[in-house]
Write a protein that binds this ligand. Structure first.
Ligand code: ZN
Length: 78
């Protein structure tokens, strides 16, 4: 099988886990491949009528264009 979009590179599972841990601690991580600071972008819901909020964070490396999306849990108590 071939990957349909070869330019859409991904991080390995280990790299993604490390990135997620940094984000969870409030740190903007560096790209593990390029050692440049990554860009974080919140992926907003906009639908707050639900019983819970789900916040997602999008990490982008401006150099190698790899990206990773994480679920970030915030404010579990109201
Ligand atoms: Zn990179």
């Amino acid at each position: 099988m071939q990957t349909p979009t070869s330019d859409e590179a991904r991080y390995t599972a280990d790299e993604e886990r490390a990135l997620r841990e940094s984000v969870a601690s409030g740190i903007v991580p560096n790209c593990p491949r390029c050692a440049v600071r990554m860009t974080t972008r919140p992926i907003g819901g906009g639908s707050f009528g639900l019983g819970y909020r789900r916040q997602r964070e999008w990490l982008l490396c401006p150099s190698c264009k790899r990206s990773a999306i994480f679920d970030v849990k915030r404010g579990t108590r109201t």
